[in-house]
Design a binder for this molecule. Structure first.
Ligand code: BYC
Length: 472
């Protein structure tokens, strides 16, 4: 039975019988999916110290407790309404926002919500084996925090589908549990969500770069004229911040440890001999997840994106910081690749909206890399991490089908085949990472050799707190 106690919410669930019935039908399937496709080996006998959102105020979403994962209280929350909110961009600029879905935009909105919703369970599926290779209880708990919140984000999208899209919405909600990351016949919609994440370097890069695409896409959806979508995504952004913290500090701690091991190895030595992760391997995983996440922003020139903007469905990140919100007669200068050469052209701004969002995203990623490089600098190392050129390793958009090195220099297919593992992880790299992660660390306060401890624990608790415990 669905109750506010079981599903914390601020959408008046108890007063909405139709929604209750729809969720009662969906919830058991969700729990079954979580058991089958969620964290493996941590379903029945472990309690995890996690944060559960129980309301939208700062205290309410920072409520910590030990829970068994399948009993986590996945809630439904919308950020507080903004009084007299008006459409902030596109052809309907200045009109009141919508509380219901306009018939003419139903398909487009459903498609956006389904695409967003599909990524959430996908990431849980991708990460389901990581608990068995964790570097510490602190990290294990962070992994599960991320997982349960991605589960909650799925609930958020399913709430919108059930509430505003009738029968088709219900069907889409079922399909969100049927597609599977990496499944040949029923894959997840977006490519990055079909890639395996079976080591912790990939996990931290994913939460740094792919969750940051979550941030940019959620920021643009939070501008939407469909007010419930805007309010839902605004609240999701508060949780997304923690996921990026996990990724950024995870890599920072690996770098810290790598620097220590390099000192021990006498700088010229191989840190792999000491069980650490060398900087070239870290760079390769950065290259992989940054390029996969660039693809998540869609094609550079997109009539879909133009139409989303014109109709007020999806704006730019921080739309209110732009001078002009109609973008009908403005142009964007974009580099094209024609006959093997770069050519700059002007295209209509609305058609370039994916690229505008990608610009914001690249800037946000670059700032994170600067922070990582400070660690290398502080340890007196000359090596630096860097973002590869946008053209590198692209599977979507105008650069897909061509090859470029990380500096953006075009390569032939033969050159690419010869050199790709200088820039992207090889099977040997994957085997090495799995070898140093083979033994999980479940002892409180202990950390795997390849990663430094964090500066502080969760919720002001000590680092050696038992963040995950087996049931007595
Ligand atoms: N892979 O005009 P185009 C997150 C398809 S992450 C495969 O370029 P559009 C999270 C596209 O569907 C954020 N296919 O694209 C992070 C279209 O197909 P059709 C998720 C792709 O529509 C970590 C065709 O290519 N949120 O939250 O402008 C953990 C040409 O389309 C890809 C959203 O994505 C791809 N990468 O833009 C957990 C927001 N890219 O029509 C969660 C909602 C494009 O030819 N989605 N295609 O069949 C959107 O806003 C847009 O759908 C996209 C694509 C930006 C993704």
């Amino acid at each position: 039975m669905i109750s506010a106690e079981k599903i914390p919410n601020n959408v008046n669930l108890s007063g909405n019988k139709r929604l209750q019935r729809a969720l009662e039908h969906w919830q058991p399937k969700y729990i079954q999916w979580w058991r089958d496709m969620g964290p493996q080996g941590f379903q029945d006998y472990h309690q995890v110290y996690v944060r559960t959102a129980i309301s939208v105020d700062p205290e309410g979403w920072a409520h910590f407790e030990y829970v068994k994962l399948p009993e986590y209280r996945w809630g439904i929350f919308l950020a507080d309404p903004v009084h007299d909110r008006r459409i902030g961009f596109g052809d309907f600029l200045g009109q009141p926002v919508w509380q219901e879905v306009p018939g003419e935009f139903r398909n487009q909105l459903r498609r956006l919500i389904v695409t967003q919703g599909d990524t959430e369970p996908a990431s849980v599926e991708q990460q389901r084996l990581l608990g068995q290779r964790c570097p510490s209880l602190y990290d294990l708990r962070n992994l599960f925090q991320v997982n349960v919140e991605e589960g909650r984000h799925l609930w958020a999208m399913v709430y919108l589908l059930h509430s505003y899209f009738g029968r088709d919405g219900r069907d889409e909600a079922e399909e969100l549990l049927e597609r599977q990351s990496g499944n040949r016949d029923k894959p997840r919609i977006l490519e990055a969500f079909n890639e395996p994440i079976d080591n912790w370097l990939d996990f931290f890069m994913f939460t740094m770069f792919t969750d940051r695409d979550g941030k940019s896409q959620l920021m643009s959806l939070s501008e939407s004229s469909l007010d419930p979508l805007s309010r839902t995504t605004r609240f999701m952004l508060t949780e997304e911040a923690h996921h990026m913290f996990v990724g950024e500090t995870g890599i920072a701690r690996i770098l810290e440890r790598t620097c220590q091991l390099m000192k021990q190895a006498g700088f010229s030595g191989d840190v792999r001999k000491l069980g650490g992760i060398d900087i070239p391997t870290i760079q390769k995983h950065l290259n992989l997840w940054f390029s996969l996440s660039l693809d998540l922003h869609g094609s550079e020139v997109s009539s879909n994106a133009a139409s989303y903007f014109a109709n007020g469905l999806k704006g730019r990140a921080k739309e209110d910081t732009f001078d002009e919100h109609v973008a009908k007669d403005s142009y964007y200068r974009m580099e094209f690749f024609e006959d093997g050469k770069p050519v700059t052209k002007e295209i209509l701004m609305r058609n370039a909206m994916n690229e505008v969002l990608r610009d914001w995203y690249v800037g946000d990623c670059a700032a994170g890399v600067v922070r990582w490089n400070r660690i290398l600098e502080q340890h007196g190392l000359s090596e630096r991490l860097r973002l590869p050129d946008r053209k590198f390793h692209r599977g979507i958009g105008m650069y897909s089908g061509f090859h470029f090195d990380p500096n953006g220099v075009p390569l032939t297919s033969e050159q690419w085949e010869q050199r790709k593992h200088d820039w992207l992880p090889s099977t040997a790299d994957a085997e090495y990472l799995l070898s140093i992660m083979a033994e999980p660390i479940y002892e409180p306060g202990k950390f795997a050799n390849y990663i430094a401890p964090p500066r502080r624990g969760i919720n002001q608790l000590p680092i050696d707190f038992q963040y995950v415990r087996t049931e007595a």
